[in-house]
Structures are given as structure tokens and as C-alpha cells.
Design a protein. Structure first.
Lengths: 380, 291
């Protein structure tokens, strides 16, 4: 009797095990700027996704199913991003898309995911991605408007009210410029000069010369990312301008300091705390998550963490959390589960999504950093 | 002269000197073979990238620079030996297409040998700006202008005082006649590729601390150098220098006084205008071509 029961139990286990193995994997698709001018975004993002999918699978997967990750390299090109997103949806039949290193790529893909009805978590910055709210589109980084607000708060505290803008020609650059212009007056900031530079421009001294001669200018804000801000920073020092220089959260990585060299000293920007998690008090709810991620990433890849890899971490973990809550990969269930996530501690901050808020972050997750001695230091 | 104007002028001269070096590379090969070498920009990239990687590997900067110039010259010689020379009987258009192919190949190889990231080279002598009448100049700009001047003088000496240089000039004037008086035209062609590659590499190294360098930096610099060579008059050495400096200054003034968003477009508008209204360029050969 006992023996027969054991056999039955074994058979049951084998059946259950077989069923688990036969189950479809959870398919997560991604397109990232792994190479090209935005490679400093896509590279840590891809590494982060691969590292954590591996870890999740080693721990038994999600809902007893393995995760299958498909990543395409869009090289930061919106056209390619669109083609890859189409392939992810139609051929690879992914359950959720976590990707889009840049705003340009993301916006090119939005119509596709909206039409196909696939939850899409973007890793790009501009506020246009989630405003107006799109049913299927979420994003993890702070928006450019929040970055502007955070910068203006810091400027105000330093008594700087007349500023100049210099912006690039990319999607993120233009969006942030527009957002900063829009919210400036709420903080009593007056924009006295507004210059721009082209995508492949290698010399911004002409624009900065104009800014230098603008009447009453007290600080300069560079809305941009890629190599542009590094060249702006170099030209800025080369022209001998001593006004405070602010950059966007788009260049919050060691890469920027490496490119700009000594010229980066004193540059300020708003970014998530991952740039220097050790400096947080132990009571901070994010501290443990940040330190864990930093240890895992740096241990595996022998390179410094950046905020960008953090966006990918949040994107992946939010997708996984939503699938767990939904109990399936039913797209509508996952989508509404995403909207119901509250108090989720990630790298970029604590996420509180809602049907009207698809970023889920407030300004408190952003901190002002300054380059000192070739590294990032939190400004208290 | 306002400080603003002076600042634009200095920026334009620095960029223009680089364009002039690239344009000189185009000119030398064009004179020796009537081929426009579209891989010229890739020599610029090879110079910059090799210097960056060797300097990062711990080599002192002068050694890294010398090695990079030699490496680019070797690539130039190999390009002539293995791609252009085997097709020497082919038409000029075929040879030009071969150089386009070579440029794509070299860019591809660069992404494999190095990576697709952007790299910075430390300025040769610090980055404390020098003040000149309200405008400022980076020490690296002085390097660019100084080295370009030295190279121009060296080239003038080479073409007017040495046998090899005179042989190059003779070949450019009349290839058949040069061959008849005993000039080894094939060697002349080989030398022209090596020399152009070295010039391109020097341009790439000089500009790397100012504009950074990456695997695809040669595309834009190559096109700008080509525009400069056309502007000055294709085939004319002094034309290449005048064309380069003029292009750099026009670009900087355009960016300063018109709109910086159209900076790159300005170079190509100039190129088109020259081709339409002054096909011989500023200092090019005048007179109709006899058919």
C-alpha cells in the first residue's frame, strides 16, 4: 500500500515536473542602443537585463516558468528600433517589451505597441513618452520635466535666477529644453539665452561665446546627452567661463567624466542615488537595493554602475512583479497589474504607478550630484 | 574686431587647419593618380584611434603618436599595393569605387579591433585656456595650427627640393612623359598613398583631444576635407590649404551669426556652390578642358 502510494506520488511529481518543463517560457523582448552614439546607455542596460534574467532563471524563474530574453541592437536608430519592435511582436511573440534606450527609439515604437496591445516599459527619459498617458506604455527613468524642476530648485537655493540654455538636436534634448522653458517661471528662473547644436557637432565654442556675452547670465544648463555635453563642458572651460554649469541626468555616468576630463570638475546634475549609494543614510529604503545591484553588476562586469543600467533593472523587475501579480502573461492582466504597483523599491526610486501616472516616481528620488576629484558626490 | 568675432575666427582656423590637412591628403593622391581617395577619412580615424589605444596601454604620448602615424601609413601603402595597384588598368571611376569599398572595410575593421564607443585623448599640453583680446584659445588649437604650418612647409620643401617630390609633381603634370623620362610611376603612386595616410593620421591625432575620436569619425572629416579640396581647387596644394581654412572659418561664422543647427550643411552648400559657379575652385587650374 505504502509502496503503491509512493509510486503514485512519484508519478504525480513527474507529471507536475513534466508539465512545468513543457510550459512556455515567459518571453521578454528588448531593443537597445547597444552600439552607436548612445552605446553608453544600451551597453549597461543589456548587461543588466542578461545578468538578472540569468539570476531569476537560476532561482526557478517566474510563476514556475523560465524567462526567455531577446535583445536586439538598434544602435540608437529610431528606424531600426521600429523594425526590431515589429519583429519582437510578430515573430518572437514576446509577452512584454522592456527597452528603448532613447526617446527617439521609444516614440517610434509607441504606435506599434499601442496597436498590438503589448505592455511596454521604456528606459528613456522624455516626458512625452507618458504624457498624455498611453494605455500600454510605461517608463522607469525620471522624466525630463522632473530633472528640470530638481535643477531649478538647486539653482534657486544658490541664488541663480538668470540662466542660459544650450541644447542638442536629439529627441531627449529637445524635449528637456521645452520642459525646462515651460516650468522655469514656476521657480522664478529667467532664461536669457537659448542656443542649440547639431547631432554630430564637434565644436560648440560659437554657441557658448554667444551665451557668455548674454546680459546678466548667472548659470548655464545643457539639455543633452551623448558626446555633445562632454564637448560643451570642454569648450566651456576652454572659453574660460566660470559660471556654474548644469548637465541633465542623461549624462550621469563615469563615461561623461572620462570624456570631459578635468573640465567636468564642478559640473552639477540631477540623478538617481545609484551614482553614490554609499552616501545614503542606512534608514533610506533604497539603500539595500542600490548596494545589491552595484555589487552584482560591478562584480560581474568589472565596470562602474551607471543610472542607465538601473533603468533596465527597474524595467525588468517591474515587468516580473506585474506578471507575478497577474498570475499569467495575459497582456491586459499584466498591464493592469503594472498600474496597480505601489511602493515598489527600485534603483530610480520608489515606484507608485496608477492609471494616470505611468512613471510612478516623484522628484525625491532625484538628487543633485557634483563632479569632485573625478567622481560623483551628492550635494547636501 | 569684437571679441565674439575673434572667438569665431579662432574656432574656424582650428577646424580649418584640420580640414586643410585632410584636403592635402586628397590632393596628393589625386595628383599622382587622378583618383579621389574616399578612404582618406579612415586614415584620420586610424590615426586618432591608434593613438588613443596605445596611450591607454601605457605608451608615452610621443611614441604612441609616432606609432599611429606609421600604422596609418602602412595601411595606406597596403591599400595601394593590394587594392589599387592590381586594378591599375581600370578606369578612374573604378578606382574611386575601390576606395569607397576600402573605407567601408576599414570602418568595419575598426569596430572589431577597437569598439563603437567614443574616446578622448588627453590634450598635449594641458587645457588651461589662453586669453587673446577677449577671446580664448585652447593650447591644443595652437598645436593644431603649429603642426599644420610645419607640415605645409615640409611639403613645400619636399615637392620643390627633393627628387621624389619632383617626380610626384612630374607625374601629376603628365604621367606618360614622366614615365618616358624614367620616373617609376608605380613607386610614385605608392609613396602618394603612404604620404596621404600619414597626413590624415596626423590630422586625426591633433583633433582627437578637441573633438574626441571614434570608429566613424572619418566619414564627416573625410567629407569636409573633400569639400575643402574642391573649394580650393582639386589638385592644388595651396588650394587645399586655402580651401580648408576658408571652409573652417565660414562654418564657424555661420554657426555664430546665422544658426549653429545648420553648421554641417554650410560646408556642403559651399561645395555645391563651388561646383556650380567655380568648377575649378579658388586656386584650381583655369581654362577649358580640351576634348
Amino acid at each position: 500500500m505504502l509502496k503503491r502510494l509512493a509510486v503514485a506520488a512519484a508519478a504525480l511529481f513527474a507529471f507536475a515536473g513534466g508539465a512545468a518543463f513543457a510550459q512556455e517560457p515567459i518571453r521578454i523582448g528588448s531593443f537597445l542602443a547597444v552600439t552607436g552614439p548612445a552605446a553608453f546607455l544600451g551597453d549597461p542596460e543589456q548587461k543588466t537585463l542578461e545578468l538578472y534574467v540569468e539570476k531569476l532563471n537560476a532561482a526557478g524563474g517566474v510563476l514556475g516558468r523560465k524567462i526567455q530574453l531577446t535583445v536586439y541592437d538598434s544602435a540608437g536608430d529610431a528606424e531600426k528600433a521600429r523594425a526590431f519592435a515589429k519583429r519582437l511582436i510578430e515573430q518572437d511573440k514576446v509577452d512584454v517589451i522592456v527597452g528603448g534606450s532613447t526617446t527617439g527609439e521609444t516614440m517610434a515604437v509607441v504606435p506599434l505597441v499601442e496597436q498590438a496591445g503589448i505592455p511596454f516599459i521604456s528606459l528613456a527619459g522624455a516626458v512625452v513618452i507618458v504624457e498624455p498617458v498611453k494605455k500600454w506604455v510605461f517608463k522607469t527613468p525620471h522624466s525630463d520635466r522632473q530633472a528640470c524642476e530638481r535643477i531649478f530648485v538647486d539653482m534657486k537655493a544658490r541664488g541663480l535666477t538668470k540662466i542660459a540654455l544650450i541644447s542638442g538636436a536629439g529627441g531627449f534634448d529637445k524635449s528637456m529644453r521645452a520642459q525646462c522653458m515651460q516650468v522655469a517661471k514656476n521657480y522664478g528662473i529667467e532664461i536669457v539665452a537659448d542656443e542649440s547644436y547639431g547631432a554630430g557637432d564637434t565644436d560648440m565654442t560659437a554657441q557658448l561665446t554667444k551665451i557668455r556675452s548674454a546680459p546678466g547670465v548667472q548659470a548655464v544648463l545643457n539639455c543633452g546627452f551623448g558626446q555633445g555635453p562632454a564637448i560643451v563642458t570642454k569648450n566651456y572651460r576652454q572659453l574660460g567661463i566660470t559660471l556654474p554649469l548644469y548637465q541633465s541626468h542623461g549624462v550621469a555616468s563615469k563615461e561623461f567624466i572620462k570624456l570631459a576630463g578635468g573640465a567636468a570638475e564642478g559640473v552639477r546634475l540631477p540623478a538617481a542615488a545609484i551614482l553614490a549609494p554609499e552616501t545614503l543614510p542606512d534608514s533610506d529604503p533604497q539603500k539595500k537595493v542600490l548596494l545589491d545591484y552595484k555589487r552584482e553588476f560591478e562584480g560581474r562586469f568589472k565596470q562602474d554602475v551607471s543610472t542607465f543600467g538601473g533603468h533596465a533593472y527597474d524595467g525588468l523587475m517591474l515587468a516580473v512583479e506585474a506578471i507575478r501579480r497577474a498570475g499569467s502573461t495575459n497582456k491586459e492582466a499584466v498591464r493592469s497589474a503594472l498600474e496597480s504597483i505601489r511602493g515598489f523599491v527600485g534603483i530610480d526610486g520608489v515606484f507608485n504607478f496608477s492609471p494616470t501616472d505611468h512613471v510612478g516616481l516623484d522628484v525625491s528620488g532625484l538628487r543633485i550630484f557634483e563632479v569632485r576629484g573625478g567622481g560623483w558626490t551628492v550635494v547636501k | 574686431m569684437s571679441a565674439e568675432f575673434l572667438q569665431f575666427l579662432l574656432a574656424g582656423l582650428t577646424a580649418g587647419a584640420i580640414y586643410a590637412l585632410v584636403a592635402l591628403g586628397f590632393t596628393i593622391i589625386y595628383n599622382a593618380s587622378h583618383v579621389i581617395n574616399f578612404a582618406q577619412g579612415e586614415f584620420v580615424m586610424i590615426g586618432g584611434m591608434t593613438t588613443v589605444s596605445l596611450a591607454a596601454a601605457g605608451l608615452p604620448l610621443p611614441a604612441a603618436i609616432a606609432a599611429a602615424v606609421l600604422a596609418a601609413a602602412a595601411v595606406g601603402l597596403a591599400l595601394e599595393k593590394f587594392a589599387v595597384e592590381p586594378a591599375r588598368g581600370a578606369s578612374v571611376v573604378t578606382l574611386i569605387i575601390i576606395t569607397i569599398g576600402a573605407s567601408i572595410l576599414l570602418r568595419g575593421l575598426a569596430t572589431l579591433v577597437w569598439d563603437k564607443k567614443i574616446h578622448a585623448l588627453k590634450p598635449f599640453s594641458g587645457d588651461a585656456p589662453i586669453r587673446i583680446g577677449g577671446a580664448t584659445l585652447a593650447p591644443q588649437s595652437l598645436w593644431v595650427l603649429g603642426v599644420t604650418l610645419v607640415i605645409v612647409l615640409l611639403l613645400a620643401w619636399f615637392f620643390n627640393r627633393t627628387l621624389l617630390g619632383k617626380a610626384l609633381l612630374a607625374t601629376s603634370h603628365n604621367r606618360l612623359a614622366a614615365q618616358l623620362v624614367g620616373i617609376n610611376v608605380r613607386r610614385v603612386l605608392l609613396v602618394s598613398f603612404g604620404l596621404s595616410a600619414a597626413l590624415g593620421a596626423i590630422a586625426g591625432i591633433l583633433t582627437a583631444p578637441i573633438t574626441f575620436t571614434s570608429w566613424d569619425v572619418g566619414i564627416m572629416l573625410g567629407l569636409k576635407g573633400f569639400a575643402a579640396a574642391i573649394l580650393g581647387g582639386l589638385g592644388s596644394g595651396p588650394g587645399a590649404i586655402v580651401g580648408g581654412l576658408a571652409l573652417g572659418i565660414v562654418e564657424a561664422m555661420g554657426a555664430g551669426y546665422v544658426s549653429s543647427a545648420y553648421k554641417d550643411a554650410i560646408a556642403f552648400v559651399v561645395l555645391l556652390a563651388v561646383l556650380f559657379f567655380l568648377p575649378g575652385g579658388l586656386l584650381g587650374r583655369r581654362g577649358a578642358e580640351r576634348v
